[in-house]
Design a protein around this ligand. Structure first.
Ligand code: ZN
Length: 400
């Protein structure tokens, strides 16, 4: 039971921290973002240093292992040589077996007192007697020396062999210790590497955000939202407005459609029946949102304007592609996309045209709504409010 409650608590804590990171908490200021980016950079550098040190340690272990392996192979060579030497001595012993047997039979002769005396006294004369005594003594000494020498050699080689075996065992142990250490260090390096990647990604994202906030002239106490709002004031007020295409005619007006169904048309449609004609903003401004809606609208561009000191947002629908990016300052001559229509699979376009919407953004109300996750298409007003020269439905215009 206790474990169950503990896991529930953990899940709750995880959800709580997740909600903190997804924006329920107070928005961070530019200063706080900079401090975070700095901390991420420092954590990255620290991990990088640690990784370099660990790599040096790993390389050292690898070099030590190679050294140990070299020693092991040298010991193996020495052991092989000792085995060969012992084999040779054994061969010598075999070869001298017959001689040994002779000596042994003589020893037997000399050991039996009567036989010894028999041999000595078997002398034919005094000279022979002296010779027989000296031969008996020399053979005895030779026998003793030979056995002693062989024994010493074998003993020496046996000692060397067991020394080398002990050394080999020690080195094998060291080798496996170094193998374990190497694997452990490689694992540490891997962990540090993945830590570096995540810190670097966080840093790169924060730096981009900081740079774009600074580029907008925002201060350290600004948040992303306040910075975005502040920017609307920095758009230079313009007075002139233009048609969204260079020439053409109006195919549908704002308001209740004058044919069946009673559909309310939320914007004004401009057409020329030419696929690919450039689409322009109705005034200077800044691209603030790009939306792709495959089933209705296809590529859509939202532009913010300061028209005669009042903040507006316009949107342009049914484009085949975008020619601009968010944050880009545009003039009324900047191509923002190309006119398309039903041919792009746009189910809510009956033909080649651009649909223009207008939104009131006084006190940044459109932007604040979108920043809170609201629908960017709500609260549309008549585009004719800012583009009064727009002809009525069916009316042509031959220049912007
Ligand atoms: Zn329309």
């Amino acid at each position: 039971m206790k474990i169950k409650y503990l896991s529930l608590l953990l899940i709750f804590l995880m959800l709580f921290s997740f909600s903190l990171s997804t924006g329920y908490a107070r928005e961070k200021t530019l200063n706080e973002l900079e401090a975070e980016a700095k901390a991420n950079r420092e954590a990255y550098n620290k991990a990088k240093n640690e990784k370099e040190l660990t790599e040096a340690e790993r390389d050292k272990a690898v070099a030590q292992k190679a050294e140990v392996e070299k020693e092991i192979s040298s010991i193996e060579t020495q052991l092989t040589s000792i085995e060969t030497q012992i084999g040779e001595i054994e061969k010598d012993i075999d070869a001298k077996d017959a001689q040994m047997k002779d000596i042994m039979s003589f020893v037997q002769v000399t050991n039996g007192e009567s036989n010894y005396l028999e041999y000595i006294f078997g002398a034919t004369d005094f000279t022979d007697f002296i010779y027989r005594i000296s031969v008996a003594e020399q053979l005895g000494d030779y026998n003793e020396n030979l056995i002693e020498e062989y024994n010493k050699d074998v003993e020496r080689l046996d000692k060397k062999q067991s020394e080398l075996n002990a050394k080999q065992e020690e080195l094998n142990k060291k080798q496996s210790e170094l193998t374990v250490l190497e694997a452990q260090l490689n694992k540490e390096i891997e962990t540090l590497q993945s830590g570096m990647v995540s810190k670097d990604q966080a840093y790169q994202t924060q730096i981009k955000l900081i740079q774009s906030m600074k580029a907008r002239g925002c201060s350290g106490n600004d948040t992303v939202t306040s910075c975005q709002n502040k920017n609307s004031g920095s758009l230079v007020s313009v007075n002139g407005t233009y048609m969204p295409i260079s020439s053409g005619y109006v195919t549908s007006d704002y308001g209740w459609r004058d044919y069946g169904g009673g559909e309310y048309h939320t914007g004004i449609d401009f057409s020329k029946s030419v696929v690919g004609d450039p689409v322009y903003p109705i005034a200077d401004g800044e691209v603030i949102l790009l939306v792709y809606n495959r089933t209705c609208g296809n590529h859509i561009v939202y532009v913010k304007h300061n028209i005669a000191g009042h903040s507006y947002v316009t949107s342009y629908w049914h484009l085949s592609s975008w020619s601009v990016s968010v944050g880009q300052r545009v003039s009324y001559t900047t191509k923002i996309g190309s006119m398309a229509g039903r041919n792009t699979g746009d189910a809510c376009s009956g033909g080649v045209h651009v649909h223009l919407n207008l939104f009131d953004n006084a006190n940044n109300k459109w932007e604040n709504n979108v920043a809170r996750g609201g629908n960017p298409n709500s609260n549309r007003i008549n585009p004719r409010d800012v583009v009064p020269q727009t002809p009525k439905k069916g009316g042509h215009f031959s220049h912007r």
